[in-house]
Ligand binder design. Structure first.
Ligand SMILES: Cc1ncc(C[n+]2csc(CCOP(=O)(O)OP(=O)(O)O)c2C)c(N)n1
Ligand SMILES: [Mg+2]
Length: 404
């Protein structure tokens, strides 16, 4: 069997800038101003608190199912800050921090998870695609969009986010193959949080790493410590620069861990050992790591840290208030937003629902109302999400903060 080649894991060594204690190790730190370093930290704290708030809202019946990101703040903040405003983000369902950093108003994210379609109405100047819940379907979309940009001679880059579980889907492999052949300007960003709901990584793939899967498709793979915001920023920026320079795709595997449940509908104690969670939470928390680094540099003390958290809490509270003041969505709005012209069977169902609700208009032919322009006025919020919600996120001006 000596002629069989084995990829060695060492080929995909973990790229690191900070060790878990916040000391500089390995790769040189990226060239960032003190203000930018603090901005990374502010966003990580904001993301953690946003997550906690959403979990509480869900438990109180004020939000539907929610997919938490806690534990993955460095992977999200580091990669999102590597983007330029004109780049495009194709998220899965867990990238709340990424999408908000890239300009999606906090209101949209809250509305989406509250079951409101307005959450999916992305402001036209925000280059974020809608949430993809079916696993890996966003990958071929991103490949196609990146390829189209390349054909048009557009020099922007694209990034697509997905999990470890998504790498078992055909869409991932087809997307990688296409991207490699056509050298599209796309970064495949895998947040390997060790689980696909209850399925652990070793049941997902026999590969030693996810990064090495890129080899088969003819482009580079990088394995980065996903809880090290500086390392994530560095490798993502390099990959995006490659994309912009016409050198084609890169697969990044950000090794991380989700602290909470898969979604609010999940009980992770049934499939994860407590010790494993504690090891990651106590020893490898991405926020603690950055806090230690900033504190050692004299950029952060306890008082400043408390102020950062307090400011984030207030902004989140204000956004929740705004969103909850919007009129409730009418039940029949479940028939909107998919079809321009409602098929006959759905028209029938819509009519039945209106009859059930005892509502006037039950006899009207449904499905012809334009999006967000329903005459009842009950959906008045549609088409007008977002107003100024960038101000509700750290950095106030979103990514216009400059320097990236
Ligand atoms: C095509 C498809 N199959 C199954 C599901 C059910 N499902 C929802 S999330 C998930 C796990 C995905 O795991 P991973 O890709 O690692 O992402 P993570 O949730 O860990 O971020 C599955 C199987 C789905 N949404 N879509
Ligand atoms: Mg996963």
């Amino acid at each position: 069997m000596g002629s069989l080649h084995h990829l060695r894991e060492e080929t995909f060594e973990l790229v690191r800038v900070l060790d878990p204690d916040g000391n500089l190790v390995g790769e040189p730190a990226p060239d960032l101003t003190d203000e930018k370093l603090l901005e990374f930290y502010r966003w990580m704290v904001f993301a953690r608190l946003f997550d906690e708030r959403c979990l509480n809202l869900q438990r109180q019946g004020r939000m539907g199912t929610y997919a938490p990101l806690s534990g993955q703040e460095a992977a999200q903040v580091g990669s999102a800050f590597a983007l330029q405003a004109e780049d495009w983000v194709f998220p899965s369902y867990r990238e709340h921090a990424v999408t908000m950093i890239h300009g999606l108003p906090m209101e949209n994210v809250l509305l989406y998870w509250m079951g409101r379609e307005e959450g999916n109405q992305i402001p036209p100047d925000v280059n974020v695609f809608t949430v993809a819940v079916p696993i890996a379907t966003q990958i071929p979309h991103a490949v196609g969009a990146a390829w189209a940009a390349k054909i048009r001679g557009d020099r922007r880059a694209f990034i697509v986010y997905f999990g470890d579980g998504a790498t078992s889907e055909g869409d991932f492999h087809e997307g990688c193959n296409f991207a490699g052949v056509f050298k599209v300007p796309l970064v495949f960003f895998c947040q390997n949080n060790q689980f696909a709901i209850s399925v652990p990584l070793h049941r997902q793939t026999a590969s030693e790493t996810i990064a090495q899967k890129a080899v088969a498709y003819g482009f580079p793979g990088v394995r980065v410590d996903g809880n090290d915001v500086l390392a994530v920023y560095k490798v993502t920026k390099e990959a995006l620069d490659r994309a912009r320079a016409g050198e084609g795709p890169t697969l990044i595997e950000a090794v991380t861990y989700r602290f909470g449940p898969h979604t609010t509908a999940d009980d992770p104690t049934r499939y994860r050992a407590r010790e494993e969670l504690e090891e990651w939470r106590e020893r490898r928390d991405p926020i603690t790591r950055m806090r230690r680094f900033l504190t050692a540099r004299g950029l952060l003390d306890e008082e400043a840290d408390r102020a950062i958290a307090e400011e984030a809490r207030q902004r989140i509270a204000a956004a929740v208030r705004t969103v909850e003041q919007k009129p409730k969505a009418p039940p029949e709005s479940i028939f909107d937003y998919v079809y321009a012209q409602l098929p006959w069977n759905l028209q029938e169902q819509r009519r039945e629902l209106l009859e059930e609700l005892g509502r006037a208009g039950a006899t009207e032919a449904g499905g012809t109302a334009a999006l967000g322009a329903r005459s009842s006025g009950t959906n008045a919020a549609a088409g007008s999400p977002a107003g100024g919600m960038n101000a509700a996120a750290p950095g106030a001006q979103g990514r216009q903060g400059g320097g990236r």
